[in-house]
Design a protein around this ligand. Structure first.
Ligand code: TRP
Length: 453
């Protein structure tokens, strides 16, 4: 079966290729843009600890579950869920889980593309030397006037969407595999360089202690929800992205090992970004809680002062755009894969249709930073609302259902087969997590936030 199917469906050339693609999906704006600013907004150390705990206890087991479901189902998430539900003689309504993911992915991409557009715009600013010797005030002013201008944001958002869809039209593996292979390590090297710069500021210790000295009095129910939601977001979990990639995974590859490697790489990148940014925040007398503009208001100060800053700055934002790319592709791939499988339209048509839809929704995010900034629901503007809805609600709900499906619905023999965990203890840890720990944790956090507990 695997042979004939792999021809139709395509397969990664190796285990390494899957790790690259999954890491490419995981490492993105979530690590470098979002993690630092939500850490800043939620008081630092204690938030980081909750986030790390969620990655290990909930994230890795659910990543294994998602990869496994994808590999066994071998189709787009909606259809994979349908097939596996049938295999387990379970309710066919499980396929709606695939739907939840398709919609969540498209909403996330709508604002993801706007922020990736910011990074594109900053490539030009860096290359033209705009950051040279800029004070914190000047760099901050630069960002403010940029986000106040809907025109240029729409331009860059449109550019990013077109580029993304061009890659998606050609299929997941083509090009992506090669691009990620060389870009991810470069991004890593640049982050190390930035950390080196941060070490030389006199606020390095202060930055580190902000990130790693927990003050649990700063933690609220909402920050726990944000930390948990971010664990899903940063690992690309809860919406079927990893399921799609898993569906291209050859049979003989260890799902457990790959999950640990992907989660490990993702976490290291996020922590490095934080270590590079917070010393700059304190060295320049800025506030850690300024929100989504944080990296755009801090890193350019460093590029403006260091030797070779024009080159490094340009390179950094170029790589950030590429990291965003390899993530955005996985945000829309479940929708495209489903539409191609079920509607029989060409890949091109599906991409044009879905891409335009996402682009349109993205305009709401652009406007939420200027013209529509005052339009709020539950105290959140459009961008914040979309982010909350997806990262904090839809992904954890999706993740919870995936865990329940893998732990309770799938036959143990099948999950054992797929995970091939010869080590009984490890399999036991996994099944306890997907059966009890993850679902209960997600449920409790929700309950707490709703205010029942
Ligand atoms: N993980 C990516 C990031 O951190 C974003 C992302 C890509 C994602 N694909 C996803 C988030 C699927 C949730 C689900 O930037």
């Amino acid at each position: 079966m695997a042979d004939t199917e792999s021809k139709i469906h395509g397969e990664w050339s190796s285990r390494f290729a899957f790790i690259l693609a999954a890491t490419g999906s995981a490492v993105g704006l979530g690590n470098i843009w979002k993690f630092p600013y939500i850490t800043g907004e939620n008081g630092g150390g204690a938030f980081v600890i909750v986030y790390l705990l969620c990655v290990v206890v909930i994230g890795i087991p659910i990543m294994m579950a998602e990869t496994m479901i994808g590999r066994r189902g071998r189709q787009s998430p909606v259809n994979a869920m349908k097939t596996l539900a049938k295999e387990a003689s379970a309710d066919s309504r499980w396929q709606y889980l695939g739907w939840l993911g398709v919609i969540a992915g498209m909403i996330i991409l709508s604002y993801y593309s706007v922020i990736a557009g910011w990074a594109l715009a900053y490539v030009l600013k860096a290359i033209s030397g705009t950051f040279m010797d800029g004070s914190a005030q000047q760099i901050g002013g630069l960002f403010d006037s940029f986000v106040k201008d809907p025109g240029s944001q729409v331009f860059w958002h449109t550019t990013f969407m077109i580029l993304t869809m061009l890659v998606v039209v050609r299929g997941v593996q083509d090009g992506l595999e090669k691009a990620v292979r060389f870009l991810m390590p470069s991004l890593f090297v640049l982050l190390i360089l930035l950390v080196g710069y941060a070490m030389n500021t006199d606020a390095y210790d202060q930055g580190l202690s902000f990130m790693f000295n927990p003050d649990f009095s700063k933690i609220t129910g909402n920050s726990v929800l944000t930390a948990m939601g971010h664990a899903f977001f940063t690992l690309s979990l809860g919406m079927g992205a990893i399921m799609v990639y898993g569906s291209y995974l050859p049979k003989n590859v260890s799902i457990t090992k790959t999950a640990f490697m992907v989660a490990g790489a993702d976490t290291v990148v996020a922590l490095l970004a934080g270590i590079a940014i917070f010393p700059l925040v304190f060295a320049n007398g800025l506030e850690p809680s300024t929100g989504p503009g944080l990296i755009f208001q801090t890193l350019p100060i460093a590029f403006g002062q260091m030797t070779g800053g024009v080159i490094f700055g340009t390179l950094f934002f170029v790589l950030l755009v590429f990291a965003a790319f390899s993530s955005s592709i996985s945000l829309i791939e479940p929708a495209v894969a489903w539409m191609v499988e079920n509607k029989g339209y060409s890949r091109l048509k599906c991409c044009v249709f879905l891409g335009s839809l996402v682009w349109l929704v993205g305009l709401g995010t652009v406007l939420s930073f200027n013209e529509w900034a005052d339009i709020t629901i539950l105290g959140k503007n459009i961008f914040e609302l979309l982010d909350f809805l997806t990262a904090n609600l839809m992904l954890p709900i999706g993740g919870l259902l995936i865990a329940v499906f893998a732990g309770w619905v799938m036959k143990r023999q099948h999950s054992q087969d797929e995970l091939q965990l010869n080590n009984k203890g490890l399999y036991y840890c996994w099944i306890v997590s997907v059966r009890y720990v993850s679902p209960i944790a997600v449920f409790l956090v929700f309950m707490h936030v709703i205010g029942i507990l």
